[in-house]
Design a protein around this ligand. Structure first.
Ligand code: ASC
Length: 148
């Protein structure tokens, strides 16, 4: 009996916690949220990009931290593209061609996971290779779904 109550409580907390996490009071809140996440991701991409281009020295720990930031944040923006949150820099295709948008988002998450794996290994050549694919996955999605 007691264990059933605990399990029930945990399930309710998880259900409502997840619900609350993915909801926004106003469309502008969702837009601000997703743009903020992309801003931080872009900042870390830029820092790794400078290393890849030879414009900044390779510091393994810094690259590893930035790659981890990107990989961690990569799962967050999508919950802020829900119905009724059209606007900002997002093209309407995000909603009208949502399957394609979702596929692009998944491709990006896999690419930045690869970049993070390379960065944690501390191998600059692997970082360079995976960075190209990660940046390409950002660009692909922007070409199709971000307002110019
Ligand atoms: C970045 C950033 C993007 C992508 C894209 C890759 O660092 O801010 O939007 O990479 O430029 O081509």
């Amino acid at each position: 009996m007691k264990i059933q109550k605990i399990v029930f409580g945990v399930v309710i907390c998880l259900a409502f916690g997840t619900f609350a996490f993915a909801q926004f009071q106003k469309p502008e809140d969702a837009i601000k949220y997703r743009q903020s996440v992309f801003t931080v991701m872009s900042n870390s991409m830029g820092k790794i990009g400078a290393v890849v281009k030879g414009e900044a020295p390779y510091n393994k720990d810094d690259v590893a931290k930035n790659a981890a930031v990107i990989a961690t944040l990569s799962s967050l923006p999508w919950q802020a593209f829900g119905p009724g949150t059209e606007g900002g820099k997002a093209q309407s295709d995000v909603w009208s061609d949502n399957a394609k948008f979702k596929a692009a988002s998944e491709k990006m998450q896999l690419a930045v996971a690869d970049l993070n794996k390379a960065a944690q290994s501390g191998d600059l050549d692997s970082v360079k290779k995976t960075f190209g694919a990660a940046g390409g996955s950002c660009k692909n999605c922007h070409d199709d779904f971000k307002k110019k």
